[in-house]
Design a protein around this ligand. Structure first.
Ligand code: AMP
Length: 306
């Protein structure tokens, strides 16, 4: 049983998936993935995640156990006739870029999220990477959240820009990688893209730059965190979702939105993401022990103490 945190609830909606991933050094086929899987397991070290999503008949009890063993509340994961969402990707030699080879929405095509009544008042909400129409439907069912974060990706910027712009008007914080931020904003610097995105709605934007760290932009606030330096990166899949899960999980403990708390959240997101990339699927973030997490956080803090 993993060492989890009996914390405040964090509602997470996103994909629960099977991923088939090729990297220059290895591959994984039909392994557990999806934005909600990564985000919820990462958040479980800080909070009590409640997941809303959908799986197909091919999703077995042992897959669900990966989340349940981390104290994740999976009552909001619906099982529908058909196959689980499947994503297939191949990384380039430098691991910074990847090609999506297949996105099979499967049960997501007919999914209409229904938020269990018990989750509707949850104060911290993470809209993981998923069809923006579904993100909107989730927002319509929540009541008075304190902080709503969202993630998205090029697939939705390309295929669902209008609903995506609608969601952006209604969230507090967007997590996005640099390339996608520039694509969304049609601005070609990180600073320009962050400004344009903030004018679309979210008060805060976190722009993730892979191994070059992340930057948070807010009103009168710019904060940078480098990535943890690693000798071996096995599979970057899910790093962004893990980052968001750690970040939101930390904030859901009730800290106010101060510079100090945002800095801590950035550090925790970065630390959790560094574990994800060391293994395929969710293996890197399962069953982590507190001292290992603390040690890595210290390694990060030592790097930025001048
Ligand atoms: P990341 O590496 O953080 O961008 O997240 C990768 C995860 O996102 C994988 O586990 C995929 O299953 C999931 N994913 C990929 N494409 C989509 C999509 N179009 N909608 C929802 N989830 C997706």
């Amino acid at each position: 049983m993993a060492e989890t945190h009996e914390g405040q609830p964090l509602l997470i909606v996103g994909s629960v998936a099977f991923d088939s991933v090729e990297t220059p050094t290895g591959r994984a086929d039909m392994a557990l993935g999806g934005s909600a899987s990564y985000a919820s397991i990462a958040a479980s070290y800080f909070a009590k995640p409640q997941v809303v999503g959908v799986v197909g008949e091919d999703f077995h009890a042992h897959h669900m156990a990966r989340m349940r063993d981390h104290g994740v509340d999976v009552r909001g994961i619906e099982c529908m006739p058909g196959k689980t969402f499947h994503w297939r990707g191949r990384y380039h030699e430098d691991l910074n870029n990847r090609d999506t080879l297949e996105t099979a929405l499967n049960v997501f095509q007919h999914f209409n999220p229904s938020i269990p009544d018990a989750y509707r008042d949850t104060r911290y909400v993470m809209l993981g990477n998923i069809d923006p129409t579904l993100q909107l439907s989730v927002l319509d069912q929540t009541r008075g959240a304190t902080l709503v974060g969202m993630d998205t990706m090029n697939f939705w910027i390309d295929t669902a820009r209008d609903p995506l712009l609608e969601v952006l008007k209604r969230v507090d914080l967007l997590f996005i990688n640099d390339e996608e931020a520039m694509q969304l904003a049609e601005e070609w610097t990180v600073l320009g893209a962050a400004g344009a995105i903030r004018r679309m709605g979210p008060k805060y934007v976190v722009i993730k730059r892979g191994e070059y760290g992340s930057v948070l932009f807010g009103p009168d606030l710019t904060l940078f965190v480098p990535a943890v330096l690693l000798t071996s990166v096995v599979d970057p899949t899910g790093a962004g979702d893990t980052f968001a899960g750690g970040f939101m999980g930390f904030l859901s403990r009730g800290g106010t939105l101060t510079r100090e708390n945002f800095a801590q959240a950035l550090a925790w997101g970065t630390v959790m993401a560094s574990f994800t990339v060391e293994a395929f699927s969710v293996e890197g973030i399962c069953n982590l022990q507190r001292p290992a997490i603390e040690q890595r956080r210290q390694q990060l803090l030592d790097m930025v103490r001048y």
